[in-house]
Design a protein. Sequence first.
Lengths: 781, 403
Amino acid sequence: MAAAAAAPGPGSGPGDSPEGPEAEAPERRRKAHGMLKLYYSLSEGEAAGRPSGPDPLDPTDLNGAHFDPEVYLDKLRRECPLAQLMDSETDMVRQIRALDSDMQTLVYENYNKFISATDTIRKMKNDFRKMEDEMDRLATNMAVITDFSARISATLQDRHERITKLAGVHALLRKLQFLFELPSRLTKCVELGAYGQAVRYQGRARAVLQQYQHLPSFRAIQDDCQVITARLAQQLRQRFREGGSGAPEQAECVELLLALGEPAEELCEEFLAHARGRLEEELRSLEAELGPSPPAPDVLEFTDHGGSGFVGGLCQVAAAYQELFAAQGPAGAEKLAAFARELGSRYFALVERRLAQEQGSGDNSLLVRALDRFHRRLRAPGALLAAAGLAEAATEIVERVARERLGHHLQGLQAAFLGSLTDVRQALAAPRIAGKEGPGLAELLANVASSILSHIKASLASVHLFTAKEVSFSNKPYFRGEFCSQGVRESLIVGFIRSMCQTAQSFCDSPGEKGGATPPALLLLLSRLCLDYETATISYILTLTDEQFLVQDQSPVTPVSTLCAEARETARRLLTHYVKVQGLVISQMLRKSVETRDWLSTLEPRNVRAVMKRVVEDTTAIDVQVGLLYEEGVRKAQSSDSSKRTFSVYSSSRQQGRYAPSYTPSAPMDTNLLSNIQKLFSERIDVFSPVEFNKVSVLTGIIKISLKTLLECVRLRTFGRFGLQQVQVDCHFLQLYLWRFVADEELVHLLLDEVVASAALRCPDPVPMEPSVVEVICERG
Amino acid sequence: VEDDMASVDLPSDARALTPQTAETDAIRFLVGTQSLKYDNQVHVIDFDDENNIISKTVLLHQAGEIWHISASPADRGVLATCYSQGECARGGLTGGGLGQQRAELFRAADSKVVTCAAVWRMPAELEPGGQESPEDAASPAHALELLCLLEPAMPRAPLGAGDGKRVVSLADSHILLWDLEGSSSQATLASSASLEGKGQLKFTTGRWSPHHNCSQVATANDTAIRGWDTRTMSQIYCIESAHGQLVRDLDFNPNKQYYLASCGDDCKVKFWDTRNVAEPVKTLEEHSHWVWNVRYNHSHDQLVLTGSSDSRVILSNMVSISSEPFGHLVDDDDLSDQEERRLEEKSQEPPQDSVIATYEEHEDSVYAVDWSSADPWLFASLSYDGRLVINRVPRALKYHILL
């Protein structure tokens, strides 16, 4: 039943849809499915108001208005089989019955309601009639009341007027009384010190007195008042001037004075003058702390004092001033700014003096904290007084201090470097005194390198404090950009590496070239240090720096490769200088030995001269020393019997060819052809040539220098037969021991050949010693 | 450079070289040989500039091996040598077979080498100018005529003065000034001075200053350079540790009276202003071994020649400290064509010191270099093996300087 009753409503929608396509084709074309739905639900709503379904003309619609039973029956008969007809018939009968009973129930219910409604209406009608009567009565009463009220008003009229007048007189009298009492009140207030109250009274009375001053009595009052006010003002000023009380009271005084109509200009001046006095007091106390006497409080305390005393005071003054003299306009603001600027600059001067005292100390954290406080403190007045430029000045100071710190650290690093060099010198000098082996060169090198590195790291860490996030000035553009790139990276790190190279190079240029100034081992060590820097340390340090100080600045920085090249150049120069110095030491020994001996009257050689042994010993020592720091390096392939060579050839090969021909001017020019051809095939020897970074190259350089010296010295002497033989023996001895040190043993051969050949030339009686004898002597030696 | 070069090999070792200072027409050098076994000679080297031919004349110098030679600036025929000889050979031993005899002498246990200095005169027939051709081999060699002996003396010592009337010799720690009289045939010791200090101080070399009317001499001992006033024989200035090691040679700038060049065993050539000797004005470090000789060009003092035992000769252009202000020699009237204008532009560039050329013709140590006194663009260098090389300043540079 319910389903059937409900069915036609919602059922009409889907039921209609088959017919829809023709009628509502345009709407159907709206593609959105949701729109369709919306449309149908809307049409349903409208359908409720409409008498018929969407297609009212369909005669077969049971619920439709145009339902035609005949058509419907025809349709059924035509379309449906018997069974279905039967079914629909029973169904229909059942539905008709249900509808009938529904209708009956509805009619019955409606009838009941209608009857109760009729009852209610009747009762209401009665009530209204009663109410109408009462309303009439009320209207008549009101008319009576109105009448009475009018009469009372008329009788009371003139009394009311009189009362009003009296009240006015009373008020006037009260005012007059106040005026007359004013002088005494003011006096009392002044006596009691209630200046605020007095000023308020005076303010209230002033206008009136002004207005009525033509009346003698008022005039007297006004005069009295003026006298008292003047006194009041004087007292206020007095209090203001005494100034013992703090800034707030002063501000109050000024406020009262302003209310008294004192000239603002003058007050403003005076106010500032007083403030100046106070702040100067603060500055003086700061200066006293700074004082010449050493027990000054630490810098943090100092900036704290300055911050709370001076900067706080300045803040109060500025705030009070701006409150009090806001009316002064830009001129007043300018005055205040000038005031703040002047005092601020004095304060800054003091702070800078204090910070300058701090330059020497190594502790950055305290300084940074102090700077942080200083900078932070000045933000408030900076915001208050933008025109005074205090914050900028403070930032400038901080930047300057940061720069100076960088310089200080650079100096510190340089000093540390020099210090470690001094340590090395001492360590190098010590073993000889102690008579035992001190720390090895490699160890010293490691010590120096690690100490420098740790100093660099410490400096970086220390400088890094300036850029810490919690520090108030770290977000300033300077600290984000220039400080990191130009300051830390360039001037500190790059600057230090450069100065290190320069310091090292200065050892090469020292005027005391005789070798006394710088121990050769130090040269060697420095050269290795620079080489290590070139290969690894520089890039490590710079990477470390770049990581710690994320450089945002785009300004150009020194590339690693440039520094490396400089370090390498330094290392090369140092090593070359080392070779020169060591070569010189051995050269001097050889030169002395040649120059001081009387080669003409020497005896037949029995031994290798001691100096040659010394040369070999020293060379061995140098070899060991260099070996501690430098790699072996490559040498040319050895001939198997290098040590077996003797000097029998020299005395014959060269000079025989040269002197054999006759000595007339017509002699052919090819006399020394032989020796020249011999030389043609040997390379020119660059004696002081640059060396490579390995042991063999270093030793080759030293030996080259020594042997060339020997050669030149021999050429300046004249030898007897035994002198020549001695040279022969000495050279063979050197040959035996020196070849192992050099890259190309041919070189030693060549130079020693030259020495012996030159000695033979310088001998009027060249009778060389038997090679076998030479060998025997050398082996014995 | 190859075109500009000529060389000759002497049959003996040699260290001593000098231009014939008084000769201003012919390009002539004197070379002294150094041999213990044979008679030593002074070779007079003539260079025919046009044909690039070297001819030489040999003069016997039998007194001993020549360590140093210098020519009189006044008399073409007069030269001084410093030589060494065996003790006994000094007694007037002359003639052939000397070598043999001397060898005998050296065998004696007490044999000694003595160094002497002497002034000589060349045979008169040579003076007109070396027509004697080398083919004329059969004729016996002429001998030098001994004028006077200066005793005692050290190697590398005698120094002729500007007027040819005075000679200075160095003996150990003494500096001796001699007056030459009677056309140099007699030398009298005029004055002397000696080095004072601890240790055995020895002069190594010396040089007359061409300025101040030839009244100054500079000497070197060990690493120090000293200036002497010959009128009072007192020291004028002293450059202590002028070089790291031994100072080998000195030369005065011919045009700037206070400028002095020195060289030494530290492979450096240094230029000094004798008024301020704390620091050298300039230092060159081009050689790779001891520098034995330094010479200013007589006319163009920016050209400096150095010889070294690394067998190289280096010609440097020291414009920045030369007397010639750069660029002023160009005359405006001559600037007619483009090329000259270009040249002028070139000369407007700031002066830069540079090595002009490195000559590597020698195979042994070069102990002596010098400029020709006749042709300022020509110089000779002598290496120990007896090779004498004559070179010219590169033409481009020559024109650059002249224009």
